[in-house]
Design a protein around this ligand. Structure first.
Ligand SMILES: Cc1cc2nc3c(=O)[nH]c(=O)nc-3n(C[C@H](O)[C@H](O)[C@H](O)COP(=O)(O)O)c2cc1C
Length: 183
């Protein structure tokens, strides 16, 4: 079992990380972690190479991520909510999935054959709503061929209660782990 985990938070010991620690310690099989604020992945420049050719011209760490996306079984996007969206760096990384959209829309190709399970964890201080960020995360999962997506797990009161103390979020994390562990 292989799981790709995106961490959209800049905080080393923040709320997202505290929940991801539980995921990493309990996940079945191997995982690859992409930290949006620490990885060397540039945003899509809309050069439109992928309108005609598979892959992406930008030679950076995303090339390894593309390989892992092809072979993995599960994909988890975990991020804080900034201005009711995923964080900017998470969107930068996500923009590199445009090659998958182009494959289908412009080249009429199926870029990823293996179907995956997906899940989203969002944390927020408590302002506004998380729905927009969730919708964006689901769109990214869809680009990566996640056919089944676990219901959203969120902790949206972190200004008052750290995510790690949010009992409902912890139940949700457990449920994602079970969902990802299925053969
Ligand atoms: C620039 C910025 C924008 C934010 N926007 C929101 C928001 O729209 N809604 C919300 O609930 N929290 C918002 N927050 C709060 C964070 O989502 C919250 O502190 C979260 O727990 C941080 O997660 P982390 O510790 O994993 O980085 C924002 C924080 C920052 C720095």
């Amino acid at each position: 079992m292989k799981t790709l985990i995106f961490n959209g938070s800049p905080r080393i010991n923040g709320d997202t990380e505290s929940l991801l620690k539980i995921v990493r310690e309990n996940i079945v099989g191997e995982y690859k972690l992409v930290n949006a604020y620490r990885c060397h992945i540039s945003p899509c420049m809309d050069c439109r190479f992928c309108w005609k050719e598979p892959g992406c011209v930008i030679q950076d760490e995303m090339q390894e991520v593309y390989d892992y996306i092809k072979e993995c079984d599960n994909i988890l996007i975990a991020s804080p909510v900034y201005f009711s969206e995923l964080t900017g760096k998470m969107l930068d990384v996500g923009s590199r999935l445009q090659t998958y959209f182009a494959a289908k829309f412009f080249r009429n190709e199926v870029p990823i054959t293996k179907e995956k399970r997906g899940a989203v964890i969002l944390v927020g201080g408590g302002d506004g709503r998380v729905e927009k960020a969730y919708e964006t995360a689901c769109k990214l999962l869809q680009y990566m061929n996640c056919k089944q997506v676990h219901p959203l797990v969120s902790s949206h009161n972190t200004n008052v209660q750290p995510a790690i103390e949010d009992a409902e979020a912890l139940v949700g994390i457990n449920s994602i782990l079970k969902f990802f562990g299925k053969e």
